[in-house]
Design a protein around this ligand. Sequence first.
Ligand code: BGC
Length: 708
Amino acid sequence: MKNLLFIFFCPLIFLYAQQEKKVEDMLFQLTNEEKITMCHAQSKFTSPGVPRLGIPELSMSDGPHGIRPEINWDDWGYANWTNDYVTAFPALTCLAATFNPDLSMDYGISIGEEARYRKKDILLGPGVNIYRTPLNGRNFEYMGEDPYLASELVVPYVKGVQKNGVAACVKHYALNNQEQWRGHINVEVSDRALHEIYLPAFKAAVKQGNAWAIMGSYNKFREQHCCHNDLLLNKILKKSWGFDGVVISDWGGVHNTDEAIYNGLDIEMGTPSDRSYSKRYPYNSNFLGNPFLKKIIEGEVNESILDDKVRRILRLMMRTSLNKDRPFGSINSKQHYETAYKIASEGVVLLKNAENFLPLDKSKQIKIAVIGENAEKSMSVGGGSSELKPDKEISPLFGIKKEFKNAVIKYAKGYSSNPDEDHDDLRKEALTIVKESDVVLFIGGLNKNNFQDSEANDRKNYQLPYGQPKLINEISKHNKNIAVILISGNAVKTDWKTNVKSILQTWYLGSEAGNAIASILSGEINPSGKLPFTFPESLIDNGAHYFGKLSYPGDGVSQYYKEDILVGYRWHDTKNIKPSFSFGYGLSYTSFELIDINSNKKNYLTNENIKISCTVKNTGKFEGKEVVQVYIGKVNSKVNRAKKELRGFKKVFVKVNKSEKTEIEIPVKNLAYYNEIDSDWEIEKGDYIIYVGNASNNILDKIIITIS
Ligand code: BGC
């Protein structure tokens, strides 16, 4: 075994040493002025290289679900190029809802290829901030409320991107869980919640995914901005996790030269350029520009600190722009659209399906009323920095018309996000169509407008906006055959749910949105998505909101994460608060049974793995996929614990009348909690309950095991 490990690691160690030697050679040739320029921007999305030595500039782009259109060199205007149309991949909430790490690898490879084709060295994504409140305007860019799920999905994404010689820049590190006051809010959170809830996905991206870059967040943590936060960057990221890549600031997230120098930041981006300072080098006025240089020249700052930053930047260049072997990339390929479609259709979650209302038979000549602004609205445009210029974006209405060729389809907007439209007219028009139709497909939800699912602000409330609840209820008085298709990256209040037959949660699906939604509606694809976050009945049922303003959104200066480790379903479960739809939940057109649930043993040592086996039986009429979910809870813990936490899952495909056996392996060390007194992970000995089910609130069997 030892020999095998040696044979495997030896070439890797050799390659790393070779790379490091080149880095040192380049570093040796650089002047301090050149080194300093590499530590800050030279335009909105590039940082300078060293022309004298042929060291190329670094080119960056958002992320995280497509390559952003080109921005002007030195202002936020779009450059209006005609060669920057891309594939819009589904937003990361959808990826998380697939519960399928293989698809995450495909996602990473495809988006990395597009980044490479567009000559980007760093992709500003993925985002893995934990879903804490349904009001956070940027939840749609992240992977949900569970640290284990987000970790399992971020690793393949990062690896996939980086196969292209493009660095993934994992963001926003850390605790950027709301948009309101994001530039200055000071987050106070316990060490346990930090390590158990908010950091694991970043840690996995770094330690298992080998991410080459990470982006500091805008907010403060314990009174220090996260882009130059000693604890987060120096102590945890670089020292404890051994991160050898580059820390990039969020755009405009740097506030202080000394902290930026000493607290772990490597590249400062987005600080405004100052043309009065220098016409040619306006970014030299940045915190890590001339103020830094002056301190180096005057001997106030040791050169080794500058060298550490530049070494990291050169290392990233060796992995990306200076890597002669990296592939060329590709864009808008058939394969990218296939990947986008697969992820989109596998991420859609069926929340309700009374009387098996869905799927709709596409061979029938039915009359379908499609109602709702979101049936036609582009969801790639807007939302902030993740906005895209897709080469194609199939709208739900277009997709439905294409799929249901035998049906008579009538469309009415019904409601509008534009306050200037005549809402009463829209409503009346919708009701007229609804009355004459066999089936109503209400396509609503949120959108990418400001104060919806959008950067820089949070949502103002939990309701569906623009009078949609009232409209849904009114429609239901005229036609009972309604399916509501929610397009959003966030949970919404669903107090209208008893008035409709079916509900689909369909996220922001990108280029293939309409095709994926139509395939689900017709049964061409059997839904298999699971919610990556809880839908509370009302906001007060969510842990962050339960504790009032100081917890969310804070008092304008600070906020306190008072729910502590009990985020999302951990709160609902532990406090016995029934959600509208729970984490991990999602229906299928078929029915599954989970049987023969066993553990390989009953007693484990701390260095062993728990193996849970389970057979998934398809007892319904469609082939499909089910997600076996394993949650574990500690009995009589000496510390506060969530009743149960997700520790393993597997998505299993099963044909009609068939069974598939699956096994889920969980290292006992993953059951550790973060001991705040020792500042270390501790595995508590004693009994644990293993819960196996297909949703956090649908547990089909329990097993008691003992750790000794
Ligand atoms: C966002 C980042 C983004 C950056 C560059 C910031 O406002 O928070 O996610 O990568 O802008 O567009």
